[in-house]
Each structure stands twice: as C-alpha cells, then as structure tokens.
Design a protein around this ligand. Sequence first.
Ligand code: NAD
Ligand code: TYD
Length: 349
Amino acid sequence: MKSLLITGGAGFIGSHVVRRFVNTYPNYKIYNLDKLTYAGNLENLKDIEDKPNYEFIKGDIQDFDFVNQLFQEKNIDGVIHLAAESHVDRSIANPLEFVMTNVVGTVNLLNAAKNHWGSNLSDKRFYHVSTDEVYGALGEVGFFTEDTSYDPHSPYSASKASSDHFVRAYHDTYGLPVVISNCSNNYGSHHFPEKLIPLCIHNIKNNKPLPIYGDGKYTRDWLYVVDHARAIDDVFHKGKLGDTYNIGGFNEWQNIDLVKLLCNVMDEKLGREKGASQKLITFVKDRPGHDLRYAIDASKIERELGWRPSVTFEQGLEKTVSWYLENDEWLNNVTSGNYQDYYKKQYQH
Ligand code: NAD
Ligand code: TYD
C-alpha cells in the first residue's frame, strides 16, 4: 500500500488527477489535502468521495505544523503537489497570497517530506506540478524546452518559478527524490470560470460580453485536462528523479481565433444562428505584462515516457462545452457570491 498525498485535489486539474489515481490504483491510499479556497470545490469529486482508498483532508499548506504532522500520521511516501493560487489576474491584484501558498506552501511540503523520509528514500517521490509560464514569453517562433532559461513576468509565474527552484534545490542539496513537470494551458470540465475558456462558455450561455484582452493576438498552447492527468500519472511513475518534463498539447491558438471557434461550437449546441455569439466579442484593456506567446516542445515526454495527447482540440472542446451545458448547477453554484465581486472588479461591469 502506497500512501499518496495529492495537494489541491479539489481544484480543476487536481480533481482530475485524484479521480484518475483513486480509480486506477485501488492499492494506493489517496489523501487529498486542500484548503478549499474559492477555486476548490468538493462537488468536483462527488463520483469518487465514497471510495475506500480515498480521504479528503481540509488544510492549508501554509501551516507547517499541520503539514508536518500529516506526513507522520498518514505515513506519506509519495506527493503530487498541485495546490496553488493559479490565476494570473488575481496575482496582479494580490501577489502576496501567491508567495504564501505557492512558495512558502511548497517549501513547507518539502521540509515535511525531508523530515519524515530522512535517509530512507527508496520508493519515495515528491512530484511538483508546474507551468510553462515560468519560461516567460516567446516571439512568433520557437518553443520552450526543458533547458529554456526561466524568465517569469507575472507575480503568478514568478511564484511558480521560485517554487520550482526550491524543489530542485532540495534535490541537489538534500538528495530529495523530486520530479517536476511544466505544462501548458489546460481546458476541460470543472474549470473555474475566471479563466478564458470556461469564462467565455459561461458568458456565451448568458449572452454576456466576451472580454478579449488587448488585440486578442496572444497565443497559448491548450491541452485537454484528462490528458494532463494521464501525463502526471506517467511522470509520477516513470519520470527520472531530478528531471523536468514539459507537457503540451501541440495545439497553439490565438485567443481571438479560439474564442470564435468556441462561439461556433456553442451556437450549434444552443441552436443559435451561426455567428450569433461572435457578436458578444468585446475588446477590453490589456493585462499588464501580458506574455505574447507560450508554446511547448513536448518531445522529451513523448520520447522517454511514450505520452502524447489523446484527443484533438475539436473533440476536447466539444466534450468540455457539453459538460458545462449539462452541469448548470455546478456553474450556478461557483458563479454566485464572491465570483460576482471578483468579476465586477476585474472587468468593471
Ligand atoms: P485551481 O486554482 O483550479 O486549484 C488549486 C487548488 O489548490 C484549489 O482546490 C485550492 O483550494 C487549493 N489551494 C489553494 N491554496 C491552498 C493552500 N494554501 N493550501 C491547500 N490548498 C490550497 O488550479 P489548477 O488550474 O487546477 O492548477 C493546479 C496546479 O497546476 C497549479 O500548481 C498550477 O500552477 C498548475 N498548472 C495549471 C495549469 C492550468 O492551465 N490551469 C497549467 C499548468 C500548470
Ligand atoms: P487565462 O485563461 O487566464 O490563462 P493564462 O493567463 O494562465 O494563460 O488566459 C488565457 C489567455 O486569454 C491569456 O492570453 C489572457 C487571455 N484572456 C482574455 O483575453 N480575456 C479574459 O477575460 C481572460 C480571463 C483571459
């Protein structure tokens, strides 16, 4: 029996990872540690919450004593660390929370693992899940490889870069068995509607403006979240200790083209006239420090671990839109209360 701690398991990607591990590895005990911030939602895990190999623990990775005790009590021997503040716009409004959770929280977990594991490191693994945003911005050509120098521009990416450096430092200094992955933008079900794709799905559905920052020519590489969860499984089990793996969708889109495609998919699903939802597109003030383009070279994980995305963007987007349209209650629950305040401040509507 492996005792596996997954942090941030009530969030978007974390819930897909928890679901995959609970269903695939009945011989692992999965502890999902999550603070349940605005982005964490136990509704995301309703389908697996009663499984015997799963336990939810509410807690804050900023609290070292709590985290340290948890390692002893549950005899943790593997960690998949996803808990983070994850939204760039929120990091611009409140950088300190990003330092506290993403940097201090990560170091707390590293210290707890180091204390608990001591020199008994066989079969131990600390997996840190990170982002391609640590590499900064690309021009119109080129790709991020695992050797690209870090050059973060937003408080979010600076905090993730810092946490990546700490994880590597614990490997190099203390011999902690770590592995890191840096992934491109994810999309799929259970994604909080402050990020581009779920925000636009929500607004198209409600005939509200679709806010496009700047000229909309910013480019992101998009990966279906279920494929990311599978990559995380591969890296956790087969990744080389001390190594980094870039994970991407081989799927670059300018924001404006992506939103137009989404409008077309939604028009068809909602029985609207073709082109109706594109009229909602509204260009708004740009994000400060906005990175022009992210693009991942994911050839290492393909070559070494045999991973590739399994769905096309059209397939993934169709599944995603269907999920949101079939899960009104989820969307209504997360867009009440605090969401309204955030939305007003961010978009001044
Ligand atoms: P998310 O915001 O949806 O979820 C984050 C989860 O962490 C939430 O459940 C939240 O309650 C929890 N959390 C936040 N602060 C905490 C704390 N102090 N203690 C315990 N739990 C806390 O994020 P996501 O999009 O699922 O991202 C998960 C991870 O993957 C993050 O580390 C992020 O940097 C990374 N990542 C995300 C993307 C993406 O496109 N979303 C891409 C690459 C990497
Ligand atoms: P986002 O989903 O916030 O992810 P990230 O900033 O981590 O890449 O944004 C994706 C892209 O969409 C990014 O270039 C910013 C842009 N964007 C908009 O144009 N309008 C919006 O309302 C949001 C939230 C994002």
